[in-house]
Design a protein around this ligand. Structure first.
Ligand code: HEM
Length: 361
């Protein structure tokens, strides 16, 4: 009986909402946008309510806030929810200020990196190569790195399409093509997400040992990594910048993206709409920070530090490059204190794929 009553109320509410469609202009809440009938009803109910709505910063927010944000049996499960009032708040925030701020950041950062590169670009070939190469990354390490990188790029591209596609792509693609692009992006994102988590876990265990901070890293921080002065600050296997990227990016942002991503990906574990909306905010903020960090990482691994990309692509670096960029690691390799790369390689040994050792320039 009670269930029937609830269902009847819900159907009546929906009918009211639909019937109200032509009278949007008469809805008391003038600020209510966009004018979807159901949401207008919600806003009207909210406006007429004598109980004040607890705001997000309010101590009464949280559980109460969740309950007050759906039309249905108060306190019952979300299965009764037909229209959730908080959905409109979420949508207005996500499509409004959040999209504007994150979009601006994602366009501004590559531009700033370009300006930085024009002002402080490092010399193309520094220092002159000896032709003797040192193994830096094993095949496993490179595979883990590139698997994480490729899954990240797939998530970034599809995530941007999910977030901004309707604004950017739909107007020139039209509805038919865009619906395909959006659906494919969504499924790719949903499937690649868990793969990215797996890669991040492998990445964590593979590179953890070399990413603990030590006292020498402070020198690197104090000199800003020599990025502006173009000075080579002595560093171990990884410098402080790379370690910051490991802990701030791979670990912290990796956790934020993984937890919120899983909440959004597997929606059948009883999480409420409110939880999904909060997870979405965090996911978008985390994604923006992660993409910005990745832009910096890509710059420093290519144009910002010539020679670094080849290290991750082929696994080896020139002796002079190692001496200049990672002097402490180079010393350790030379003294035999640190292993240099994959099994069977000796410090300073030329990997089979590298050019033959030539005279020092
Ligand atoms: C670290 C890289 C990641 C980036 C840059 C990223 C980016 C994004 C972006 C920008 C959105 C759109 C948000 C919106 O439209 O409001 C999104 C949505 C989403 N993400 Fe991610 N994400 C990443 C990782 C993950 C992971 C690891 C998972 C799952 C395990 C995941 C699952 C989802 C889901 C389920 C959605 C909602 C898709 C939908 O609207 O149907 N994401 N992501």
């Amino acid at each position: 009986m009670r269930a029937h009553f609830t269902a009847l109320r819900a159907v009546l509410a929906l009918m009211c909402a639909l019937l109200m469609a032509p009278s949007w202009a008469g809805v008391p809440n003038k600020d209510a946008k966009p004018a979807y009938a159901e949401e207008q009803t919600m806003l009207q109910v909210e406006g007429d309510s004598s109980v004040r709505e607890p705001g997000f910063g309010d101590a009464a927010s949280g559980r109460v806030h969740v309950d007050r944000h759906y039309l249905g049996q108060y306190g019952s499960t979300e299965a009764n929810v037909i229209v959730q009032r908080g959905g409109n708040t979420w949508r207005l925030l996500r499509n409004g200020p959040i999209a504007l701020i994150t979009g601006t950041i994602l366009l501004a950062v590559p531009f700033l990196i370009f300006v930085f590169w024009r002002a402080f670009r490092p010399p193309a070939l520094e220092p002159s190569p000896t032709g003797r190469r040192i193994q830096r990354f094993t095949g496993w390490e490179r595979n883990v790195h590139w698997a994480t990188a490729y899954t990240f790029i797939a998530l970034a591209v599809t995530g941007i399409i999910i977030m901004f596609g309707k604004k950017i792509l739909l107007p020139w693609m039209g509805h038919t093509l865009f619906s395909w692009v959006a659906i494919i992006s969504k499924y790719v994102h949903n499937v690649v997400g868990p793969l990215f988590i797996l890669c991040s876990i492998l990445m964590f265990f593979t590179f953890l040992r070399r990413n603990f901070f030590n006292r020498i890293d402070w020198q690197w921080v104090k000199k800003g990594g020599g990025l502006v002065t173009q000075e080579h600050v002595p560093a171990g296997f990884f410098n402080a910048g790379e370690k910051t990227w490991f802990w701030g990016g791979v670990v912290m942002l990796g956790l934020v993206m993984s937890i919120t991503g899983l909440i959004l990906d597997f929606v059948t574990f009883g999480q409420t709409r409110y939880v999904l909306q909060m997870a979405n905010y965090l996911h978008v903020i985390g994604a923006t920070l992660y993409m910005v960090g990745a832009m910096g990482h890509i710059y420093l691994g290519t144009l910002g530090s010539p020679g670094a990309y080849r290290a991750m692509r082929e696994g080896s670096v020139d002796e002079n490059w190692a001496k200049a960029h990672h002097a402490l690691w180079y010393e350790e390799v030379k003294s035999g204190a640190a292993p240099a790369g994959s099994a069977g390689m000796r410090p300073g040994q030329v990997p089979p794929t590298s050019p033959r050792p030539g005279p020092a320039h």
